[in-house]
Design a protein around this ligand. Structure first.
Ligand SMILES: C[S@@+](CC[C@H](N)C(=O)[O-])C[C@H]1O[C@@H](n2cnc3c(N)ncnc32)[C@H](O)[C@@H]1O
Length: 316
């Protein structure tokens, strides 16, 4: 690629990257309905695959984004301890507190899970969006929604300072840069939503998740392989050479790692996981094979049409 055309690309990307990169309103963790929907989708899918028979007690999330809302939904559902790991702190105390109160209302009303009409871009899609009362029974929820329990979580939110492992219901570590921030074999479930495509060192992340999980614990990740506004076609990010990509990334703290679907499956398996769910989203009109950068010419046909995937895997 000539310098002139690269500058053209950078100019175009510079203008379009920010607005396209941001999910549309309500499709991120600033919205309590989104948080409620995301947590319940991961949970329902875990029950469907028999990954758990009860609400996981210790839960960790990678990349919570604008609030800790999905973890708060996990806590309200019955998790006892939750950990969040990110590279940038996007959330604040007030927003977490507001979302917590809104989530209590949603659970209290046994609200159905916000569906594809309300959140069309949020995956995975479910067979049914009815409130999962076979998981969250009235008896269970009565206990989980007790004033004493909710006040303990509320107090923990009010005085959260971030350090993990301090016996509070919810804590976070930002940035997290080593696997020792959590004890080995201490976590039941690790999940993420629209995050694994941003993680720079995916091998290290899956290795760490394996270490943190207890035997039989599982991961649950919704991953978006699309170009995040860096090109016209959804798979256009694979047409840039590594050199051009470095320039496009500039000094951003995180970007997209451009790993295709098969690389995630491979890295999970290589790190000791057994993949039990792999629900792919297919997109036909991607960049033509002839326009792929040399670094991506070896992509298989399957990767070239997989624009997203919901992957659950259990620690062997
Ligand atoms: C597109 S946002 C998704 C946020 C949230 N999960 C949601 O559904 O709205 C991507 C998130 O991944 C985080 N992230 C990027 N690299 C990360 C890493 N290596 N470890 C943890 N989180 C990371 C970003 O800071 C951001 O919070």
């Amino acid at each position: 690629m000539s310098v002139k055309s690269l500058l053209r690309v950078l100019g175009a990307v510079g203008e379009s990257y920010v607005p396209i990169f941001r999910p549309p309103r309500h499709e991120h963790t600033e919205s309590s309905r989104y948080c409620y929907s995301v947590w319940l989708r991961h949970l329902v899918m875990a029950y469907e695959k028999n990954l758990t028979q009860s609400i996981p007690g210790v839960v960790a999330e990678l990349g919570p984004g604008k609030s800790l809302g999905t973890l708060l939904a996990a806590l309200i559902s019955g998790a006892q301890t939750c950990y969040a790991f990110d590279v940038v702190q996007h959330f604040g105390k007030k927003r977490n507190q507001k979302i917590f109160d809104e989530l209590i209302e949603l659970f209290g009303r046994r609200e159905d899970i916000p569906d594809e009409d309300e959140l069309p871009r949020v995956k995975p899609f479910l067979k049914s969006y009815r409130f999962p009362s076979y998981i969250l029974t009235d008896e269970h929820l009565k206990e989980m929604l007790s004033k004493v329990r909710l006040n303990t979580i509320r107090n923990s939110l009010a005085c959260m300072r971030g350090a993990t492992g301090n016996n509070t219901p919810i804590s976070y570590r930002i940035p997290w840069d080593n696997s020792h921030v959590l004890a080995e074999s201490s976590v039941d479930m690790i999940y993420s939503q629209a995050v694994m495509e941003h993680v720079d060192d995916v091998r290290f992340a899956y290795e760490t998740m394996y270490r943190w999980l207890r035997n039989g614990g599982f991961v649950s990740h919704q991953i978006d392989f699309k170009c995040h506004g860096t090109a016209t076609e959804w798979s256009g990010h694979w047409s840039y050479s590594d050199r051009a990509w470095k320039l496009i990334r500039g000094s951003r703290r995180y970007f997209i790692n451009r790993l295709p679907h098969s690389a995630h499956i491979h890295l999970l398996e290589q790190n000791g996981f057994k993949v039990v769910s792999d629900i792919k989203v297919e997109e036909r009109r991607g960049v033509e094979r002839g326009r792929l950068a040399k670094e991506f010419r070896c992509l298989c046909d399957e990767d070239l049409k997989t624009s997203g995937a919901f992957i659950q895997a259990v620690k062997r």
